[in-house]
Design a protein around this ligand. Structure first.
Ligand code: GDP
Ligand code: MG
Length: 296
């Protein structure tokens, strides 16, 4: 009877189910003012991937008191709907005294876990719980070319315990290629020395194949990104880029910067993994902590 299971048919069913329900994916950008966070949000939405298929204007505003703003686009491709939300945060660490400046961000992340938890523990649960949990937090490191600042380390140390942190070197066009490479090495060294585990975390590699793939990504992290929300004409084609005195830096050109690597990681190669780790690791530890508290 069970000689042939027909896994193919199961895979088809899974695909059809995803196509019908679609899925939600949430990213957050964090860093000091002026590092290009808001520009990067636009870059993500204006890039080729979302340009051809997204329905703009679906903006959701979070009340000003929270001081965070989310933009949602529905991206549709091959019949599958992805609801991509990017949450932009105001300048972080802009004050003279930056004690606890990460609090509003941690609070927001935990609030989304709490929302999910409340839906999940209801006796009559929704068939599909709305998911506003942050699947990836992109942290903008200022392009100083030196080392990470204590603030950067402290932020990543705290945040990496509750969310997938993806650090990037902001405004990489202000550094030469050599400077970018050297800065990247230093940041990797800094993170190692301080035992800060950013995404993709070695502990969560599933198998040797996974490990090999992720090792290649870990070598390149943090990606040296450039953002732009203007289009320019280059050889008769319109490209998203920044005009500098040396010419146009095309943000979607892998020879010019590593924005394509960031985009690939977030919304292509590691999308499902980011969601899985959020659910199975970060949300799970929140859930256990909360349920333990309320049982006391
Ligand atoms: P935010 O405060 O982090 O949201 O930064 P914004 O996105 O508002 O950008 C601040 C300024 O930096 C603006 O003038 C942008 O045009 C500029 N900018 C944004 N991204 C880049 C970048 O990748 N390279 C350079 N050189 N400038 C950038
Ligand atoms: Mg901004």
């Amino acid at each position: 009877l069970f000689g042939y299971v027909g896994i193919e048919a199961v895979l088809d069913q899974m695909k059809i189910k995803t196509m019908k329900t679609g899925f939600e994916f949430n990213i957050m950008v964090v860093g000091q003012s002026g590092l290009g966070k808001s520009t990067m949000v636009n870059t993500l939405f204006k890039s080729k991937v979302s340009r051809k298929s997204s329905q703009p204007g679906q903006e959701e505003r979070i009340p000003k008191t929270v001081q965070l703003q989310s933009i949602t686009h529905i991206i549709q491709e091959k019949g599958v709907k992805m609801k991509l939300t990017v949450t932009d945060t105001p300048g972080f660490g802009d004050q003279i005294n930056n004690d606890n400046c990460w609090d509003p961000i941690i609070k927001y992340i935990n609030e989304q876990y709490e929302r999910y938890l409340r839906e999940e523990i209801l006796i009559t649960r929704k068939r599909k719980i709305p998911d506003t949990r942050v699947h990836g937090c992109v942290y903008f490191v200022p392009p100083t070319g030196h080392w990470l600042r204590p603030l950067d380390l402290e932020f990543m140390r705290r945040l990496s315990k509750i969310v997938n942190v993806v650090p990037v070197i902001a405004k990489a066009d202000t550094l030469t290629l050599e400077e970018r490479a050297e800065f990247k090495q230093r940041i990797q060294e800094d993170l190692r020395t301080h035992a800060i585990s950013v995404y993709p975390q070695e502990d969560f590699d599933q198998d040797p194949e996974d490990r090999a793939l992720n090792n290649r990504i870990r070598e390149k992290i943090p990606f040296a990104v450039v953002g732009a929300d203007q289009e320019h004409q280059v050889n008769g084609k319109r490209v998203l880029g920044r005009k500098t005195k040396w010419g146009i830096i095309e943000v979607e050109n892998p020879a010019h910067c590593e924005f394509p690597l960031l985009q690939d990681l977030l919304i292509r190669s590691h999308l499902q993994d980011l969601k899985d780790i959020t659910h199975n690791v970060h949300y799970e530890s929140y859930r256990v902590r909360r349920l333990n508290e309320s049982n006391r």
